[in-house]
Unconditional design. Structure first.
Length: 222
């Protein structure tokens, strides 16, 4: 079968027109695709970095606030009196003082404080348990009492969620307690491999209490 010269010329012209156009289109698409992907990747990376920095700043603020509250004068005086003579007579003043420091507002607001003993002396559930005055805005926790009544944040016992507080373990050592020469030092740990001391910090949670609200706990060792 013979192909006419007209058809041959038409094919040559068509190829000469389409090949450069295809090369230009492919090159433009590849460059634009790489540019868009690179811009999107950088945007996501920047957003993630900013969000990570914000979360890190909030965590540091929570840790600093925890340390500030547990080192308040009335709290320290109550602790010294307690370890000295086993008396909890000053806990009332300390509780009022701590309650006034809670619920300062914002994402890093503290709602509860639980102060554990540095040894096995006192209540293992906490020497001082304080919940902020929520000004009528009670927070219902995601579980109920046996009678079906909702548990409110701050209720005695169940009002302090177990998931947000460690099961503190005390172990007597052979070392002398630097705060009491008559006693051996007691090491404290939240978990088998996580000691609680003056430099440690522990973040537990969060737990979801409704569709849009979560609660977490920051624990500062003292």
């Amino acid at each position: 079968m013979r192909i006419g010269i007209r058809e041959q010329l038409a094919v040559v012209v068509l190829l000469c027109s389409l090949v450069p156009l295809a090369v230009l289109a492919i090159t433009t698409w590849v460059n634009n695709h790489d540019f868009v992907v690179d811009i999107t990747s950088r945007s996501l990376s920047l957003t993630a970095s900013l969000k990570a920095a914000q979360i890190a700043a909030d965590l540091l603020l929570i840790q600093a606030t925890c340390s500030t509250i547990v080192t308040r004068v009335l709290v320290q005086n109550a602790l010294r009196n307690f370890y000295k003579n086993g008396s909890a007579q000053n806990w009332t003043n300390a509780e009022t003082d701590v309650a006034g420091a809670l619920a300062s507002g914002g994402l890093s607001a503290l709602l509860q404080v639980k102060i554990f003993s540095r040894n096995e002396t006192g209540d293992p559930g906490g020497l001082l348990n304080v919940t902020a005055d929520l000004a009528g805005a009670e927070i219902s926790l995601p579980y109920k009492y046996d009678n079906g009544t909702a548990v409110k944040l701050g209720d005695p016992g169940l009002g302090f969620p177990e998931a947000l507080y460690p099961n503190v373990t005390y172990v007597k050592t052979l070392e002398q307690d630097p705060m009491d020469a008559r006693e051996n030092f007691t090491s404290i740990s939240a978990f088998a491999d996580f000691p609680l001391n003056t430099t440690s910090a522990l973040f537990l949670g969060p737990i979801q209490i409704n569709e849009c609200k979560y609660i977490s706990t920051s624990i500062s060792g003292t």
